[in-house]
Design a protein around this ligand. Structure first.
Ligand SMILES: Cc1cc2nc3c(=O)[nH]c(=O)nc-3n(C[C@H](O)[C@H](O)[C@H](O)COP(=O)(O)O)c2cc1C
Length: 327
C-alpha cells in the first residue's frame, strides 16, 4: 500500500512541529528534511513578506519537500498567500476551519494537513477535504487544542477516519514513543519540544536549557499567556509569572500581577518589539529580558529530552530507537 510517506517522498516518519514566529525557521526545517524527516516552517504570526523570505531561504538550503504551519486565528491571510505563491508542498493549518483553503491548495498540488484536538475535530477536517490530520494529545507543548491523552484520542481518530492518514503529536521525545504511535495506526509523529532543544531552532539558548532541565510535572496547562491569542489553552513550564498569578488567587485577565509591565524585547530583523508580561510570543533567539517571566512552551516530552543537539543527530537517534523498538 502506498503510504503518506511514499506520497510525500519522505524517508522517516518524523516531522518537526511548525513552531510559530520562525522558531522552526529555515535552518531547522532544512536540517530535518536533509536528515530524512519532514521539516515544517513555523510561519504562525509572521507577516507574509517575512514568510516568503523564510520559504526562499528554506528552498536555498534543501531541495527536499517541506511544510509550513499557519495558526489560523493569528493569520491576516498574507502568510497563507505566501505559502500559496511558493506552492509549499505541505500546508499545516492549526486551530480553525481548513475548508476555505483546501481547494486553492489542491489547485497548487499542495498536501493539506490540519492539526486537530480530537476525533470530532478530525472528522470535520476530513470532511472539509484535508489530506491528513495531526492528532494532538493533551501532553503537547505550546498551544493545545486536545482535551484527552494522545493514546486515547489517536486510537479513536484512526478508527473513525479510515483511510485519511493520521500523524501523532504530544509528549513524544524518543523512538519508542514513535513506535507506539505507529502501532496505534499513525503514519508519522510530529515533535515540537524535542526540536526546540535543537541547535537549529531559533529559540533563546537559556529557554532550550530550561527544556533540558525540566520534567513533565514542571509543565502546566493554562490560558495565562493570552496577549495576542486569548482563551486558548497552552502548556508551559511553570515560572515566576505563573507562580505570582497563582499566589494572587488566579485573578482574571486585566487584574493579574504585573499587567502591562514590559519584561523584555525581541529583535526581529531591524525591528525591536517590546514584550509585555502575559504576551503570547515565546523567547526566540533575538530575546533580551527576563526569561523567567516569558511563556516557556513545553510538553510532557521534556521528560525524554536531555540535551541540545543538532537536528540531524536527534533524527538519527530517533530512527535508531525506533528500529530497536520495532525489532
Ligand atoms: C514552542 C512551541 C511552539 C509551537 N507552535 C506551534 C505553532 O505555531 N503551530 C502549531 O500548529 N503548533 C504549534 N505547537 C504545537 C505543536 O504543533 C505540537 O502539537 C506539540 O509540540 C506536540 O507536543 P510536544 O511539544 O510534546 O512534541 C508548538 C509547540 C511548541 C513546543
Amino acid at each position: 500500500m502506498r503510504t503518506m510517506l511514499d506520497h510525500l517522498n519522505i524517508k522517516l516518519p518524523v516531522w518537526n512541529a511548525g513552531m510559530g514566529g520562525g522558531m522552526a525557521g529555515p535552518a531547522l526545517v532544512a536540517a530535518v528534511c536533509e536528515a530524512g524527516g519532514l521539516g515544517v516552517l513555523g510561519a504562525g504570526s509572521a507577516p507574509g513578506h517575512l514568510v516568503s523570505a523564510w520559504l526562499e531561504q528554506t528552498r536555498a538550503l534543501t531541495s527536499r519537500p517541506f511544510g509550513a504551519n499557519i495558526i489560523l486565528p493569528m493569520s491576516d491571510g498574507s502568510d497563507i498567500e505566501a505559502c500559496f505563491n511558493a506552492r509549499v508542498p505541505v500546508l499545516v493549518l492549526f486551530w480553525g476551519d481548513a475548508q476555505p483553503y483546501v481547494k486553492d491548495a489542491h489547485k497548487r498540488d499542495m498536501f493539506v494537513v490540519a492539526q486537530c484536538g480530537g476525533p470530532e475535530d478530525a472528522v470535520a477536517a476530513a470532511d472539509a477535504g484535508v489530506d491528513a490530520v495531526i492528532m494532538q494529545g493533551v501532553e503537547a507543548g505550546g498551544h493545545v487544542k486536545a482535551v484527552a491523552p494522545l493514546a486515547e484520542t489517536l486510537r479513536a481518530t484512526v478508527k473513525v477516519l479510515g483511510p485519511v492518514p493520521v500523524i501523532a503529536a504530544g509528549g513524544i521525545a524518543d523512538g519508542a514513543a514513535i513506535a507506539d504511535v505507529l502501532a496505534a495506526g499513525a503514519q508519522a509523529a510530529s515533535l515540537g519540544t524535542r526540536f526546540v532543544a535543537s541547535v537549529e531552532a531559533d529559540a533563546f539558548q537559556d529557554y532550550k536549557q530550561r527544556i533540558v532541565k525540566a520534567i513533565a510535572d514542571d509543565t502546566v496547562m493554562t490560558t495565562l499567556f493570552d496577549i495576542g491569542w486569548p482563551n486558548a489553552n497552552h502548556r508551559v513550564i511553570r515560572n515566576t509569572t505563573y507562580e505570582r498569578w497563582e499566589a494572587a488567587g488566579k485573578p482574571a485577565s486585566g487584574e493579574r500581577p504585573g499587567e502591562k509591565q514590559d519584561i523584555g524585547e525581541l529583535a526581529l530583523g531591524e525591528h525591536r518589539v517590546l514584550l509585555q508580561r502575559y504576551c503570547v510570543i515565546p523567547p526566540l533567539s533575538g530575546f533580551d529580558g527576563d526569561l523567567e517571566s516569558m511563556p516557556l512552551y513545553a510538553g510532557h516530552s521534556v521528560d525524554g529530552i536531555h540535551d541540545i543537539a543538532p537536528a540531524a543527530d536527534i533524527i538519527a537517534r530517533l530512527h535508531d530507537e525506533l528500529r530497536r523498538a520495532v525489532n
